[in-house]
Write a protein that binds this ligand. Structure first.
Ligand code: KIV
Length: 263
């Protein structure tokens, strides 16, 4: 069954929603085959697979390239494409143009963009033009320079109130779901209880309606320390490193290819 934005929205209160990032057809097929209903082509790909320091340099062309591959590798999951830095911030018109490209050219099913109340008009315009939208508030990595680092958000009562208002505004504008990143668990739960759309948490506690993790974090692929909110379901980095070293030494000592790998 192909998941749609409406079906995902209807899961609120029925069951928890799993989301994982994927960046190409191979990783998308793995996520899809596990029955995970939502795939995020996160701009985190800038850091996880393209080698950038932050998500800021990621371009529309790079996102379209990866989102197309993900869509080709997916049968059932809802494919959500992340709008990269400066592909939507300058104007509603630019947001419409670029979000439209994700659906027309990459065959994504929905887009995600960062920001709360300030994006209300933009989200409304996208939804009115047939583009399902996921909001994203709390720690918004595209604002890392302004935030001064990757820090937990909403710790003071004023910040918590602002995030609650932002979440309400995103729902009001027509988003079908919202990502809450790095906020205290109590706030994650309060926002989840106040909204009628699903909240998808990452470092936002168990009270959210769903959870998202980055593919390479979940599988322990990077070999670098992961944030506290990550649960590693496998530790692939040392296994891959070991396999590659074994291959190198087999080639160097002539034991590969052997008879069985030779025509
Ligand atoms: O880019 C990304 O992968 C994200 C998730 C961390 C929510 O935005």
């Amino acid at each position: 069954m192909k998941w749609t934005a409406a079906k995902i929205k209807a899961l609120k209160g029925q069951r928890k929603i799993a989301m994982v990032t994927a960046y190409d057809a191979l990783t998308a097929a793995l996520v899809d085959d596990a029955g995970i209903p939502t795939i995020l082509v996160g701009d985190s790909l800038g850091m996880t697979v393209l080698g950038y320091e932050t998500t800021l340099p990621v371009s529309m062309e790079e996102m379209l390239h990866h989102a197309s591959a993900v869509a080709r590798g997916t049968r059932n999951a809802l494919v959500i494409a992340d709008m990269p830095f400066m592909s939507y911030q300058p104007s509603v018109a630019l947001a419409l143009e670029n979000a439209g490209r994700f659906l027309k050219e990459a065959h994504a099913d929905a887009v995600k963009l960062e920001g709360g109340a300030m994006r209300g008009e933009m989200i409304e315009a996208l939804v009115k033009n047939g583009i399902p939208v996921v909001g994203h508030i709390g720690l918004t990595p595209q604002s890392v320079k302004e935030m001064g680092g990757y820090r937990v958000q909403g710790k003071t009562p004023e910040q918590a109130r602002q995030l609650m208002d932002d979440a309400m505004a995103v729902e009001q504008a027509g988003a079908f779901a919202i990502v809450l990143e790095c906020v205290p668990a109590e706030l994650g739960e309060m926002i989840s209880n106040a909204l009628t759309i699903p909240t998808i948490g990452i470092g936002a506690g168990a009270g959210c309606d769903g959870q998202v993790l980055v593919f390479t974090d979940l599988l322990g692929m990077s070999g670098k320390p992961a944030p506290r909110f990550v649960k590693k379901y496998a530790t692939l980095h040392p296994l891959i490193a070991e396999a590659l070293s074994a291959y190198r030494s087999d080639v160097e000592d002539g034991s590969f290819p052997s008879e069985e790998h030779t025509y």
